[in-house]
Design a protein around this ligand. Sequence first.
Ligand code: PHE
Ligand code: NA
Length: 500
Amino acid sequence: MSERQQFKGRRAFIFAAIGSAVGLGNIWRFPYVAYEGGGGAFILPYLVALLTAGVPLLFMYYAIGHKYRGSAPLSWRRLGGGAEAIGWWQVGISFVIAVYYAVIIAWAVRYVGFSATQAWGDDAAGFLLGDFLQQAEGDAAFEVGVNLVPGVAIPLVLVWIFALIVHWRGIQGGIARISMIFIPILVGIFLLLMIWSLTLPGAFDGLNALFTPNWAALGDSNVWVAAYGQIFFSLSIGFGIMITYSAHLKRKTNLTGSGLTVAFSNSGFELLAGVAVFATLGFMAQAAGVGVGEVAGAGIGLAFIAFPTMLSTMPGGPIFGVLFFLSLVLAGITSLVSIVEVVLTAVEDKFGISRNAAVFGVGGLMAIISILLFPTTTGLNLLDVVDAFANNFGIVGAGLVSVITLAWLLRKLRVLGDHLNGVSSFKVGMVWKLMIALVTPIILGFMFVTEIIDRIQEGYGEMPSEYVTLYGWGSAIALVVIAVILTLIPWRKGVVDAPL
Ligand code: PHE
Ligand code: NA
């Protein structure tokens, strides 16, 4: 990998890694998962998941990228033959997630403007699904067509142009640079929103709802699964991002120290977002005269329906809204570029194409697919089903196969541990190996199997089963096939065994 593509130093890398970790998951996923998972009691499964799986796997992926100095497929190939397929599986997930993640950023871009004028009037849900997204209704919503909705497609084109320019400027001049600018702004905005939200009437009811411990929840295995799921998603583990970024790091870099900084910054931001979101929900519940539980919601509904509804009743709502959606855009962009980079670095390595060809050829292809499939009158259901499969099978599956392959098939934990200890301040030992060889395979295996059983038995909400089969299971299987085919394509001479 050429010098041009290296991070200038540890600081640049840490900012890029925090930029990847801090995303929509912190802002709209964590607060709700914590609330549902026992409130204050959730801290226990959350910390257990962080320490037994999050941090150990973060170290593991850093070690892989840093020692073997390649994209996900190349690093896995250097670890051992067929393991390359794991790398392509991660590339595939990254490809899929990037094409729809960009769409949500495009919505947030529009909502910055909508907030200023409170464009949703008194029906935020109707506005989102009707006026803005123009979603088809009934059976027609489960067809996949290309009826573009310009109000969504145009901001999406802008998001992709911005992202591809960042990639074209490279790892240091593009990705690290925008992360070092965006992350401090993001933290500043969120601190402001948090303080502001705490001054709202009802704020403390919201915090009580979030933090009052429900110890009984700890007896529910779903809560533990949710904690591990949140940690994986939130730390961007399993997408190949951490392998890709650490491959661009200088030889002598404190890996574990960086990993701890990234992990705790990410959790700190989750707490910050949790407080701000629930204080605001408390205000909203009080204004509506209902319990906080009735206004809390996850994901898209929280950010694009509940929040707008609340903003209409809040003094200073337009400004609060502009800042909130701006923070979604900033958090989203730095995460988006991290996943697109996984794909770009991989094709550069395998096919020996230039940066420009990768950015404008492959990156351009991702942009086109994203623009054709999602800002359409049928895009929302497609986004939902692809998101569910990518998160529940893609990431968990990749993590599971990674730990089993490394610890049991290739038996590389000692080599990787020695590598970490050779460059890092915080040393890893038996505990780390135990987590990766035993604890994470058991937990991930449990998650993977229960998810498959649940999905087969229950399907996905109201989605017709043929739709789930075609676009959910279908794309999952297609990704495996593609990963195998790409693995079978021979490497150019001298790449795999190049001196590291
Ligand atoms: N870690 C991100 C978050 O918390 C998740 C993510 C990263 C999603 C990169 C996509 C791409 O939101
Ligand atoms: Na995160």
